[in-house]
Design a protein around this ligand. Structure first.
Ligand SMILES: [Fe+2]
Ligand SMILES: [Fe+2]
Length: 357
């Protein structure tokens, strides 16, 4: 972005106090609300009720538009901003949310005089990151506007380690791949070598897949990474559509696998071949999914996401509280891993070796 235009945009954002945000209701109606905000570079933040309609709208669709008006004395001095971009509801307690609340308190010190809100847990912070900005400046001529695209070069990464979320996503893929390998190994030991089934280890691994990628990893990709990449790199739409469909299909495939497991556990060896086929198909499905993310999505994200985008994605993936689990996810996964490693025999874990039948 042209440095002068960027400076103009930032000065307007820093000086003004209110913005109007348009979100999309699930029934298709646009909804506009005016909120007080703070800014950091081109990003804007505001606090709002966790149960508010605009939060529900953003959870349904993170595309949003905002307008910032400047007071004017005559039509020759009209200035303002109109932006399109992505608004994300920040995870509770993440670094980005904490910085946003501090910035809001600095900009609106009078808030402290009102005392603490009756229920702080009822408030969430929303971050809006623009991808396109219409800059109105009638001092350059009546009706003058500049339409600018925000790109990756717009602003250094001011906070945190660069793209921490990339490393986390890759680590989470490695962890899931390891558990899938473990499931396949145990199943093949029974199918091909007649080793008695290790149902506790198989069960812990299946629970891990249900608790981790299905309820934690994929939703964060759907909610944070994919919408931002969609807005920055429209040519990725087909790939992202397919991956989102696979996230949705994954739940049904896991249900099918879990049912095959229960039939195997309760029905005995006669049910092993169905369980084996379902598991092989499930593992292939996930490997293909992760390969697409690692070879197409993550490189495109590195290329096209802006500094502000990465702050939002990092905040989501490094957030310390998982709303679905209600505890530190790091502790949850490490407990689960410990259980898997304790139950599974070598070479997967350190559990007791089973004797061949
Ligand atoms: Fe995914
Ligand atoms: Fe993934």
């Amino acid at each position: 972005m042209d440095p002068q235009l960027r400076s103009f945009v930032q000065s307007v954002l820093e000086r003004e106090r209110d913005l109007t945000i348009a979100t999309l209701r699930p029934d298709g109606y646009p909804q506009a609300n005016t909120v007080s905000y703070a800014s950091d570079g081109l990003a804007t933040y505001f606090g709002t009720g966790r149960d508010s309609q605009k939060v529900r709208n953003l959870q349904h669709c993170s595309k949003a538009s905002i307008v910032v008006d400047c007071a004017y004395a005559d039509w020759g001095s009209i200035k303002g901003l109109s932006m399109g971009g992505i608004a994300t509801v920040l995870p509770d307690g993440c670094d980005d949310a904490r910085r946003a609340l501090e910035a809001l308190r600095r900009k609106f010190p009078e808030v402290d005089e009102l005392g603490p809100p009756p229920d702080p847990a009822s408030i969430v912070v929303v971050k809006f990151v623009p991808s396109v900005i219409s800059v109105l400046d009638y001092s350059k001529g009546f009706g003058h506007t500049d339409l600018v695209q925000v790109d990756a070069a717009d602003g250094p990464r001011a906070h945190g380690a660069p793209m921490k979320s990339m490393r986390i996503i890759r680590d989470e893929h490695r962890a899931l791949a390891a558990v899938l390998q473990g499931l396949l190994y145990l199943m093949r030991q029974s199918r091909d070598k007649g080793v008695p089934p290790n149902f506790p280890a198989l069960s812990a691994m299946l629970y891990y897949i249900d608790a981790f990628p299905e309820r934690f990893h994929h939703p964060k990709e759907d909610r944070y990474l994919f919408p931002l990449l969609r807005s920055r790199a429209p040519h990725m739409a087909d790939v992202l559509d397919r991956l989102e469909e696979e996230h949705a299909a994954g739940a049904a495939k896991l249900r099918e696998l879990s049912e095959a497991f229960v039939r195997y556990r309760e029905g005995g060896p006669a049910e092993l071949s169905t369980f084996a086929a379902t598991l092989e198909a499930y593992a292939s499905f996930h490997w293909s999914h992760m390969r697409t993310e690692e070879t197409k999505v993550l490189p495109a994200a590195e290329q096209f996401l802006t500094a502000g985008d990465w702050d939002a994605v990092d905040a989501a993936f490094t957030g310390h509280t998982d709303p679905l689990l209600g505890e530190d996810p790091g502790a949850h996964w490490s407990k689960l891993f410990t259980r898997i490693v304790t139950l599974a025999p070598p070479p997967i874990g350190v559990g007791p070796e089973r004797q061949d039948a």
